[in-house]
Write a protein that binds this ligand. Structure first.
Ligand SMILES: C[S@@+](CC[C@H](N)C(=O)[O-])C[C@H]1O[C@@H](n2cnc3c(N)ncnc32)[C@H](O)[C@@H]1O
Length: 203
């Protein structure tokens, strides 16, 4: 068996997920974001986009609340795995391969992103495993690129939920966001070497 075909079986809700080896396993960051989303009135919105869906558990949750769910990732392994699941289960989720917003061509009411945020020397888009975590300088290079384009893809009354870490210079990021949006911290979790924050960004 080739290494890339190894799978992890992960149970979420009623689903048995056959995660490919290069997929990011749901972790503290995933669950902090999911907890924050569960407290929000998402039923009021028409459509949503999850960037960097990985295992897809956040998109699976969103699909129970919002009619039209698009989700994208740069890792082809997770694209193949999740397309299969969505077809098999006949879900209202559209799976797109995209480097951030590159292949996205519409606006959304809700945009959700748990980005790669760990400080790293460089970002190698071809390394399917490292791309899930490596965020470049201050861990914020992908976050900065995302924020640069957010306004263009968010509807007028839209909302974005973004996870960042204390490792990312949150003061700088929040100051930057405030140039175009309003923002508040709606969830936090202290871990051993960092604190995770969930930002709610409003247009
Ligand atoms: C920290 S993981 C989060 C995965 C999942 N959403 C979760 O919360 O468990 C980041 C995800 O973003 C994807 N990703 C990294 N860089 C990306 C980019 N430039 N465009 C799209 N997806 C990207 C990775 O492949 C990975 O699946």
């Amino acid at each position: 068996m080739q290494e890339t075909t190894l799978k992890t079986i992960y149970r979420y809700d009623d689903y048995s997920l056959n995660l490919p080896k290069t997929c990011y396993l749901p972790s503290d960051d995933t669950f902090l974001l999911l907890d924050a989303l569960k407290k929000e009135a998402l039923n009021n919105y028409k459509n949503t986009l999850e960037l960097g869906f990985g295992s897809g558990i956040i998109s699976l949750y969103l699909s129970k609340k919002i009619n039209m769910v698009d989700c994208c990732d740069i890792n082809e392994d997770v694209i193949d795995y999740f397309k299969n699941l969505v077809d098999k289960e006949n879900l209202n989720i559209n799976v797109i391969k995209s480097n951030l917003f590159t292949n996205i061509n519409k606006k959304y009411d809700v945009i959700v992103f748990n980005p790669p945020y760990v400080p790293s020397e460089k970002i190698n888009l071809k390394d399917k495993e490292a791309i899930a975590t490596d965020g470049g300088k201050e861990g914020s290079e992908i976050i900065d690129q995302f924020l640069k384009n957010l306004n263009k893809f968010l509807e007028k009354e839209g909302v974005c939920y973004l996870l960042i870490s204390s490792l990312n210079n949150p003061e700088r990021i929040i100051k930057n966001i405030k140039k175009e949006f309003s923002v508040k911290i709606i969830n936090k979790k202290k871990l051993f070497f960092e604190e995770l924050l969930i930002l709610k960004i409003l247009k």
